[in-house]
Design a protein around this ligand. Sequence first.
Ligand SMILES: [Fe+2]
Length: 262
Amino acid sequence: MHKQQLDSLKQWFAGYVRTFYTPDDDYLNNNIHLKECHTRRVCAEMRALAEALAMNADDALLAETIALLHDAGRFEQFTKYRTYKDSVSENHCLLGLRIIAEHNLLDTLESDEQRLIRDAIEFHGAKELPALDNRTLHFGKMIRDVDKLDIFCLCAENYRRFHEDKQSFVFEVEFPDAPDVTSAILDSILNNRLIDYRLLTTLTDAKLLQLGWVFDVSFDWTLRQMRDRGYIDGIMLWLPDTEATRKAADHINAYVAERLHS
Ligand SMILES: [Fe+2]
């Protein structure tokens, strides 16, 4: 794939997103803006990860294309359903694939590149990656890592705002802000297991679910960024101080230190 192809996809993306802003609906505009900025940052993180992995130039372009298009379905999703929750709207990964097909975005690429991009996008939001060939898995892991890295950053910032000024919270809060931890969630963390969304009952549970994503990080580079940029601490800071949250935080910190050997 050529740099020119990525550049024209970037141009398409900018024009496409622009069509979703409206003159008088701030709630919609703010939410569209959130995902537009998320996409730009995920592209930048993807370039950094590709460099850290010493990928060749061609593969780095492919990786960035996946980053650029991974949330292509989000804009129509929010406009149509006014939510980013797949569970009450539709699967935004599949919606993205439909947008990509409708706009013939990948037509000039080799067919194996097209398939790889589509697979990586389709499964970027799945709880786990399915069985795929090694090359597709590699790109699938990359997009999942950089997507999580940016969501960690957003969450840390968002919890700070929530606890300082509840009015300025931009994410939807669907759980009561209670200190209780569902015991199955603590159990998952202590066993390095991913947490099922359906178990969530409090905002504290939701914070632990996000912290538990460290178990699904594939590349040490990503984990190091999460830790060294203070994102992990930035979420932990807003956990209530209870025996359960202390146990969970200690376990996660130990896991990260062991993986990064420091
Ligand atoms: Fe996504």
